[in-house]
Design a protein around this ligand. Structure first.
Ligand SMILES: C[S@@+](CC[C@H](N)C(=O)[O-])C[C@H]1O[C@@H](n2cnc3c(N)ncnc32)[C@H](O)[C@@H]1O
Length: 245
């Protein structure tokens, strides 16, 4: 593992070079977003504060914004074609506010650093359920119904390049109520201590994840969709034109 802080030697610099464009996956958790970017053609490197033994790609345990700052300072950010960030969403959810827990505002600071990279970048977050003092700017909204999933799981995406969302189908399917068993074919909310982890893993396409990972996971279908647009943006940059083939 690479330690947090300046002066580190990223371990991925010592690995064989890849012909796929590199994407930095900040706040990576167990790799839902990562899997979609990999499907869109990126080689992915994840960063998370917590150990993530289930993350299926190269992984660095570090504070995400410190790590990104270090990459900017050292110039190592130049090895990347794009960056994704999924700051924790607890600040935006009502139950955490009721419990009076303080969570840092990370979207604004992340955006400031991402803008300095000069790369195509994406910030993802939940739809806030109240006033939002750390908002995404002009995000698009993705929904599981757009991708044939059995969950609505709305997520917002802000990007440094133009992005579009598929048409949003109406929410007509009834969803299993919290605490009730989830059966194959059901529409579900994977929140709390939800049942039928194997079914949710298969539906989202993340067979390696624990229940904790599934609760946090961006469906890979979402980031495959975003990743195709990020790849086009990366290819259009003069310094990454080599990947156009
Ligand atoms: C919403 S989850 C990310 C979900 C992930 N993108 C996915 O699709 O599976 C947020 C993650 O941020 C991590 N995290 C929280 N604070 C962090 C920090 N300062 N630096 C790096 N990771 C952090 C948490 O450990 C958690 O795994």
């Amino acid at each position: 593992m690479t330690p947090t802080g300046t002066g580190m030697t990223p371990d991925w610099l010592q690995r064989p070079l890849t012909t796929r464009p590199l994407l930095l996956d900040l706040f990576c958790c167990q790799g839902g977003a990562a899997a979609g970017y990999a499907a869109a053609g990126f080689e992915v490197i994840g960063v998370d504060l917590a150990p993530q033994p289930r993350y299926p790609y190269r992984f660095v345990q570090a504070d995400a914004l410190t790590y990104l700052g270090d990459l900017l300072t050292t110039g190592a950010i130049g090895a990347f074609a794009a960056v994704h960030a999924s700051p924790p969403c607890q600040r935006k959810t009502r139950c955490q506010k009721i419990q009076g827990r303080e969570h840092p505002a990370l979207i604004g600071p992340a955006r400031e650093l991402l803008q300095q990279t000069g790369l195509p970048w994406v910030i993802e977050n939940v739809v806030p359920d109240g006033p939002d003092d750390d908002p995404l700017i002009d995000p698009i909204r993705l929904c599981g119904a757009m991708f044939g999933l059995h969950t609505y799981r709305h997520r917002l995406f802000e990007a440094s390049f133009p992005i579009t969302a598929p048409g949003h189908p109406p929410h007509t399917a009834p969803t299993v109520k919290m605490g009730r068993p989830i059966r194959p074919g059901d529409w579900y909310h994977a929140v709390g201590n939800f049942s039928n982890v194997p079914y949710v893993r298969a539906d989202l396409g993340v067979p390696w994840m624990s229940r904790d990972g599934l609760r946090e996971c961006i469906p890979p279908a979402y980031t495959e969709h975003i990743g195709q647009q990020a790849a086009a943006a990366a290819r259009s940059r003069p310094s990454t034109a080599l990947w156009a083939a």
